[in-house]
Design a protein. Structure first.
Length: 73
């Protein structure tokens, strides 16, 4: 994966992504995914380097964000 998946149902509440290639996370990526109902998001070893300000502004239900073993600058 190079972005958040967009083919998942909008009712998805938990998303766990491991060992992929999502280098940058931004609000347009979140909007395109349609995953506004997520309560838990895990990004583990996805080669994440940058999280742009406001990336999660449309995820009103997000309660837990886990980011492990990435290279955030």
């Amino acid at each position: 994966l190079y972005t958040l998946p967009s083919q998942l149902p909008g009712t998805t509440e938990l998303l766990s992504i491991h060992y992929d290639n999502i280098k940058i996370l931004n609000s347009s990526m979140v909007t395109a995914s349609g995953l506004w109902n997520l309560t838990h998001l895990e990004l583990n070893e996805v080669q994440l380097q940058q999280i742009e300000p406001g990336s999660f502004k449309d995820m009103n239900f997000l309660q837990k964000l886990i980011i492990i073993d990435n290279n955030i600058i």
